[in-house]
Design a protein around this ligand. Structure first.
Ligand code: ADQ
Length: 471
């Protein structure tokens, strides 16, 4: 039987439905693998002195996982280096934070080659391979070099940058050309798809016909596949016992105050500092809200080894401390700032207890927190989502209050509007948002993607001419 082989940098299937702290992506991939039998391949997160390519097979939460260890130098150059210090900042429009070191690029290629050599023997005839995210862009090219002719798809979870930004990356052309080794390249949004198409047409001088790029005797389909969550399952989780206990605990501690909630991985792309400052603006402009509202910000530290993450963490400690120092009273703290991870069912209860979900990334591929917040609401008394226009989710979630996170005034006005919104309007907006979250859920994403991966190229086969424009 043909299987689905999912490949991503880290492999972390949820150990038990809903209970772990695995993020939305992990839940999505685990769900894909339970539907189509297969294997989830990636880095164990461990390092060894010398790379052996030895695979450790395990069964976790109903999913077969195949893990491989890397070397310390791989972690430094490929993961902390090229993936998180070069590609991540550029793809999130932060060229000021990007580091370009030749050793990073070499480490990135080396690990992709190692992944390919280790993975190739696991791929059987007819298996489809689905590779995820910016860590592994050149993987299909490496697999093709080893003779793998299976259908291989790629999905990018983060934004695709504009041409101008992308060309700040040395070897941008090689990176994009390596994507043409895939049968399908998927993006989160139309916006990302357009930015990618722009580069392909103008820098590679290729034409795109009916969503297909033909080059070097093979064709690559491209498309937007906005990722979703398990909408109904998350709504059930929010009604469950653990969620209710978390809800009660938060509501009790609110003492009748309204709660604005932010939940994020601690990352400079999430607009956390701008969020704190916009909230401060609300307090400054509307002293009547003082002591009647508070912001709960849950931000789990990530990528601690990267300096930019240490810096943003220190800045947030500083800004939240300053705001609390300036506005707190003996029995009211304006910002509750929490750095620990929460179980998903607890998180669902916390979302439900929030009157406003505040999601303000400066750039984000999709943002699953926005969708989780909606799914967790009480249909009879839902909260209001305030959402950055720069989150991919904004393309789908037009009934949120859409804001420009760079504008403190705009965000603080939206907060005021959300806090005062009449129940009938809250319900009407939420209903439309929830319809979208349920319909465009993770199962729809997975099935649409896999169906597109099975489609042949525009001409029915791969072997057709190069469509490189002659000029
Ligand atoms: P992330 O940048 O990690 O994902 P996001 O989509 O918001 O961003 O997903 C975060 C996930 O982690 C959510 O499922 C959330 O519940 C969970 N999470 C966050 N803080 C948590 C905490 N303190 N405790 C427990 N869980 C927590 C990348 C891209 C996004 C894209 C996703 C999926 O950057 O743009 O939406 O992949 O494609």
């Amino acid at each position: 039987m043909s299987r689905l082989i999912v490949v991503s940098n880290r492999v972390n299937p949820p150990s038990d439905e809903g209970v772990g702290t695995a993020g939305g992506l992990a839940m999505a991939l685990a769900a894909a693998l339970r539907e189509y039998s297969g294997v989830w391949f990636g880095w164990s997160g461990e390092t060894v002195e010398t790379f052996t390519g030895q695979i450790s097979m395990q069964k976790v939460g109903g999913v077969t996982v195949a893990l491989v260890d890397l070397e310390e130098q791989d972690r430094e150059e490929y993961y902390d280096g090229y993936a998180n210090r070069t590609l991540w900042p550029i793809f999130h429009s932060r060229t000021d934070l990007a580091a370009y070191e030749r050793s990073f690029g070499e480490g990135y290629q080396r690990v992709n080659r190692r992944f390919a050599e280790t993975l190739a023997p696991l791929i059987g005839p007819g298996d489809r391979v689905w590779i995820h995210d910016y860590h592994l862009i050149p993987l299909a090219q490496e697999l093709r070099r080893l003779g793998v002719a299976n259908r291989i798809g790629f999905f990018l979870h983060i934004p695709w940058p504009s041409r101008r930004l992308l060309t700040t990356l040395p070897q941008h052309r090689e990176l994009v050309e390596s994507l043409l080794a895939y049968d399908l390249v998927g993006f989160q949004t139309r916006d990302a798809l357009e930015a990618f198409s722009d580069y392909v047409e103008r820098d590679l001088d290729l034409t795109i016909v009916g969503g297909v790029i033909a080059a070097e005797g093979r064709s690559t389909r491209i498309g937007a596949f906005p990722i979703g969550i398990e909408g109904e399952a998350f709504a059930d989780l929010a009604r469950g016992e653990t969620a209710r206990a978390a809800f009660d605990r938060v509501r009790l501690s609110q003492a009748g105050r309204k709660m604005i909630l932010g939940v994020d991985r601690l990352d400079y792309s999430k607009g956390l500092e701008e969020r704190f400052l916009a909230y401060e603006q609300l307090l400054a402009d509307h002293p009547d809200w003082a002591e009647r509202v508070f912001l709960l910000q849950i931000a789990t530290p990530s990528r601690d080894a990267v300096e930019a993450y240490q810096e943003i963490r220190a800045r947030l400690d500083g800004v939240s401390g300053r705001i609390n120092g300036a506005y707190a009273t003996v029995d009211w703290v304006p910002i509750r700032y929490v750095n620990r991870a929460h179980r998903r069912d607890e998180l669902a209860g916390i979302y439900r207890a929030a009157h406003v979900g505040l999601v303000t990334p400066l750039r984000d591929g999709m943002n699953l927190v926005a969708k989780e917040y909606v799914a967790a609401q009480d249909p009879d008394d839902p909260g209001v989502l305030v959402l950055s226009r720069y989150a991919g989710a904004a393309e789908q979630m037009e009934d949120a209050l859409i804001i420009n996170p760079f504008s403190r005034e705009e965000t603080s006005e939206a907060l005021g509007q959300a806090l005062a919104m009449p129940r009938a309007e809250r319900i009407a907006r939420w209903r439309r948002l929830m319809d979208g979250v349920s319909r465009d859920d993770v199962a729809a994403w997975r099935d649409t993607y896999v169906a597109a991966l099975d489609l042949e190229g525009a001409d029915g086969e791969h072997e057709h001419g190069d469509s490189r424009k002659v000029s």
